[in-house]
Design a protein around this ligand. Structure first.
Ligand SMILES: [Zn+2]
Length: 305
């Protein structure tokens, strides 16, 4: 297993951080917590280009991602008149575009090695080519998938599995891939919270809707059953490993512990390894103080894979 990280993944928000419950330096915290494992860490080096993003977005979205009002709304921060688009771009959009490049790099390396690549950022599962919301601007998994097909690394006949274990339903992935029958989505989510879209929930191939307050034991049992329903011949798997499932998280509404999160990632990656499916883990959401601790515990649990 290799980690994908860049120091510029971190959101250095300055005063903006008081307007959002996001721990902007989470990625560097995780890295320092797993330093002793001696895992190799690679960087995407440069962010994904505007052309690559534009190739994925529809016409209206190409305009919206360059418009301060729409970007503010998607980031769920109040409108601040004196902040320019360039400032937002530098502080938030650039790190996100670097994360998109990280997910693409992870997918390429996972296909090369057949193993596990762990991108500390990415997993922007509320974005698609047609909308951006929930602190997600660019859908890294969909953009990576499109580029892999364009570059001949995957064909449209290749089956791909997305395992989304963030507390929120991955409406962006469900929408993006709804017509691609070879891309399957397993989604474990709190059905009582955002996003409540019935249309995208119906697109999930292996849905695991949970109610608020679900604890680790039930969560892991339901995930295990769902994994057994998936096929064994996927060419690649993406995981959206959000840590907003933690009991401390104010947004997710679930009751997992740090140990449960580590057991979850281990269960998923062991399942994929059993079937020799290359895997790319992406960060997903996670806004509590415990988030970095949970991610580092999960990496520790999976370090030998
Ligand atoms: Zn989430």
């Amino acid at each position: 297993m290799q980690l994908i990280y860049d120091k510029d993944y971190n959101y250095r928000l300055g005063l903006l951080q008081y307007l959002h419950p996001f721990e902007g330096e989470k990625f560097s915290q995780v890295l320092s917590m797993v330093n002793d494992l001696g895992l190799s860490v690679i960087s995407p080096n440069s962010m994904v280009s505007e052309e690559t993003i534009d190739e994925y977005l529809n016409e209206l979205m190409r305009l919206k991602v360059r418009n301060k009002e729409f970007v503010f709304r998607a980031l769920e921060v109040p409108k601040i008149p004196f902040i320019s688009f360039n400032y937002l771009h530098k502080k938030i959009l650039k790190p996100m575009r670097l994360a998109v490049a990280g997910t693409l790099l992870g997918a390429e390396r996972a296909l090369d090695s057949g193993g596990v690549m762990w991108n500390l950022s990415g997993g922007f599962h509320h974005a698609s080519y047609q909308f951006m919301q929930g602190f997600c601007i660019y859908n890294d998994i969909a953009i990576a998938h499109q580029q892999l097909i364009k570059n001949g690394r995957l064909s449209t006949d290749d089956k791909v599995l997305i395992i989304d274990v963030d507390a929120h339903h991955g409406n962006g992935n469900a929408f993006s891939f709804r017509e691609q029958t070879n891309v399957h989505l397993l989604d474990v989510y709190n059905e009582d919270i955002y996003p409540l879209s019935g249309f995208t929930r119906e697109q999930v191939d292996f849905p695991v809707p949970l109610t608020s307050g679900t604890l680790g034991e039930e969560y892991l049992a339901r995930l295990s059953s769902a994994l057994e329903l998936t096929d064994s011949d996927y060419a690649l798997a993406f995981i959206v490993a959000g840590t907003d499932v933690l009991a401390e998280d104010k947004l997710g509404g679930l009751g997992l512990s740090v140990e449960d999160v580590a057991a979850r990632e281990k269960m998923i990656l062991e399942h994929l390894q059993k079937h020799k499916i290359p895997a790319v883990v992406t960060g997903g959401g996670g806004y509590s103080k415990q988030s970095a601790k949970a991610v580092s515990a999960a990496i520790r649990a999976c370090a030998s894979l």
